[in-house]
Design a protein around this ligand. Sequence first.
Ligand code: ATP
Length: 307
Amino acid sequence: MSPIISVSKLSKTYGSGFKALNNINLEIHRGEIFALLGPNGAGKTTLISIICGIANLSEGRVIVDGHDINTNYRAARAMIGLVPQELHTDAFESVWATVSFSRGLFGRAKNPDHIEKVLKDLSLWDKKDSKIVTLSGGMKRRVMIAKALSHEPQILFLDEPTAGVDVELRKGMWEVVRALQASGVTIILTTHYIEEAEQMADRIGVINKGEIILVEDKASLMQKLGKKRLTLQLQGKVETIPPALAAYHLELSDGGRALTYNYDTRGERTGITSLLSDLRNAGIRISDLDTTQSSLEDIFVSLVQAR
Ligand code: ATP
């Protein structure tokens, strides 16, 4: 299937001379949730602003469902809903009026049934006549999403949808986003919360200093780069690690009742088999063991630091 968004050789230099994006190549698959993950100032907002036609590109090309954003802006833009980082909307309008008005901005004929569906999907139906100013922060964010969906876009950009939002609300937002995906919308979200990318995304792109340093399927990313930790509970207590086991770089924990061993799942050998036999030879008996996978956070930090 052709990608729904195709970005090629995209660069952006701001008027100040600062190069915020450098030769970005990226394809977004139809129907996926794609998380663009990167530290502050990495270029996430710049990239989505260009795709959404809010900022101009300096070099390269962006195609949205076959439409070039430069030469066919209106058709490309009509495909896209954007929920910006900052909440800005008319505080004294009702939810219904605000969302209906947004649809009008795209030149689409009135469709109260669609607006009703969007408000119901976002659990805002009982607030449709409330003024925005009277809503909670979480409701306001959902109004922003409703506005972005008012013209029936096939692609939704969420720029840091849960920045500064409490854990409860964040989980609620994730559910909303998953439901949107189930309804056929392709979703691109930017975040610097690794947990958010880990929870939500089908694929993850990591951007740092204006360059995409990795794009990968979330599961394979975690497997490919993931380090694992093996914890061995010991039958007795060990005061020091025998020198014969030095090569494994084991760590003693739990007051000498546990040993941990870090290994790389990418390696040809994990070293576990020989470790277990060397432990037996050293007279160390094991009562239990378990393994844990490193989180995306570890992967992300090591990727960004490696640059
Ligand atoms: P954050 O996570 O903090 O929102 P971001 O990844 O979205 O960051 P951008 O907002 O895209 O980052 O900014 C990328 C870089 O471009 C930053 O160094 C920023 O200072 C710079 N930048 C952004 N807008 C402009 C502008 N209008 N003029 C000059 N430089 C800019």
